[in-house]
Design a protein around this ligand. Sequence first.
Ligand code: EPU
Length: 417
Amino acid sequence: MGKFVINGGNRLNGTVKISGAKNAAVALLPAVLLSDGVCRIENIPAISDTAMAVSILQSLGADVKYIDKHTVEIDPRRVNSFTVAKELSEKMRASSYFLGALLGRFCHARVAPPGGCDFGVRPIDQHIKGFQALGANVTIESGQVDAKAEHLTGAAVYLDKVSVGATINIMLAAVKARGLTVIDHAAREPHIVDLANFLNSMGAQIMGAGTDVIKIHGVEHLYGVSYSVIPDQIEAGTYMVAAAMTGGCVTIDNVIPKHLESISAKLCEIGAVVEEFDESVKITAPNTVKSGIVNTMPHPGFPTDMQPQITALLSVADGTSFVNENVWDNRFQYVDQLNLMGSDIQVDGKVAIIKGVRNLEGHEVKSTDLRAGAALVIAGLGAKGTTVVDNVKYIERGYENIVEKLTLLGADIKRID
Ligand code: EPU
């Protein structure tokens, strides 16, 4: 099991290039199943979650050709299976998108409930509600979700909870259904818009992605296209926080600044300076991090996927901060690890109360999930002494070349096995 060894205290300076968005790529890859031709997807992040999605496509019979590390050509025409093997689907959360995509293609899909990071119950009732509204019969047998329909018919679906996954899955199933589907109370994340743009470039008719009402007129055919994945908003935010933690000044390149607005605004509130350019932002750390209040919310609110990282930063703020987690039930499991490094954080239900300390001290810690792992790396970069972060397989699910990127910025970090 890999570990990162970090000697903290180096200021991060320079430019870091952000990779393609994990959460967009893991939706676009299954969407290729709906195409009648070859799709070429560029700017795919080289991380284990996208590799897993590609493996699932191959296991279903798709022809996959890597043009380079970040570009893949997928021919889905020979796919003849609607079942994703359990040992593959259990390894990633986004394997649930194969339900929507296979249902859309074959009117039949069988996928085991998804794996992914563990921060509380991760239900898929809203996905199922959407499939049922479109006419599918959904059963769960022998640990597999089976969704089957004679044909899919457009319908109105009101989501009881804003869900990224349910919005994406219903879009995938509805795009070739007969008639009009309306998803009300839909999620608005940039990766939802990216998926809609991808499908529309293939010939779909999706309107309203990025708002809370998405309308989908079903079409009979989707065609092969070339498409480039948007930059990763959360990877960008993670490097912004790392820069702030180390007193550095970093240009975050290859981003869409609009996607970073809630993160930039919060970092400015706590004393950083963020300058926006066309495809980059430059962050200059504050002399002293000010305390703050963070409320995680669906987009355009402050992303839950940045909650652990900002908590790590606020642990060295001047004063007491409050972080309210409004999306997941149990996303503070990493706090015990941060406290081993000298932070003073108490969790009360969905609120973390953070009394700022002067500095963190290096320690052996374990990442409990992807973003928690990123938070521990940030803490290690800012801490005095040596931090060893264990279980880095979680971090590598979502951050391409994190050691190389941080090293280029001046960090003292290496990976050991
Ligand atoms: N929910 C339900 N029923 C459902 C679906 C969701 O009650 O059928 C609840 C969840 O329990 C949660 C909330 O709705 O409380 C939001 O869940 P959502 O469905 O939006 O999450 P997800 O689609 O499973 C995606 C990202 C997560 C990110 C969340 C929220 C992907 C592959 N994953 O998960 O990203 O935290 O949206 O923005 O896109 C990460 O990248 O580290 C990560 C965990």
